[in-house]
Design a protein around this ligand. Structure first.
Ligand SMILES: [Zn+2]
Length: 126
């Protein structure tokens, strides 16, 4: 794989990483104990404009919190995959399938810069 392509992919991965971290920061905090782990923050809506009771506001907060959890998890996994791909670039292993060790098709990497597997292995997993 040529160097210029890898440099381009690295830029894309770093941009995606920044966006994900920015998104996560709006509703989650980095776990100081576990690297790469984020914790959803419990929302505090305060008194609602419609004059809802304290109980109703609390229910809305719980609802929002439960919505955040799966989103946070999905973003966290995506972020970890991106970090892994960036690491693979520095180890000169970028673009190799983690299962069969063959090169991942360039077209696939262009769509998914953080792809871990080649199309064949990915289909075998799913
Ligand atoms: Zn493979």
């Amino acid at each position: 794989m040529e160097e210029s392509f890898i440099i381009k992919q690295k830029q894309r991965l770093q941009e995606e990483k920044k966006l994900l971290e920015k998104g996560l920061e709006t509703f989650a905090k980095r776990d100081p104990e576990i690297k790469g782990n984020w914790n959803s923050m419990f929302p505090e809506f305060g008194a609602s404009e419609t004059g809802g009771s304290r109980m109703e506001v609390a229910q809305d907060e719980v609802e929002e919190y439960l919505k955040r959890l799966p989103l946070e998890q999905a973003m966290e996994i995506k972020l970890q995959n991106i970090e892994k791909a960036i690491k693979k670039i520095s180890q000169k292993k970028y673009g190799k399938c983690e299962k069969c060790n063959k090169n991942i098709a360039r077209e696939r990497l262009e769509v998914h810069p953080s792809a871990k597997f080649c199309t064949k292995c990915q289909h075998a997993i799913l």
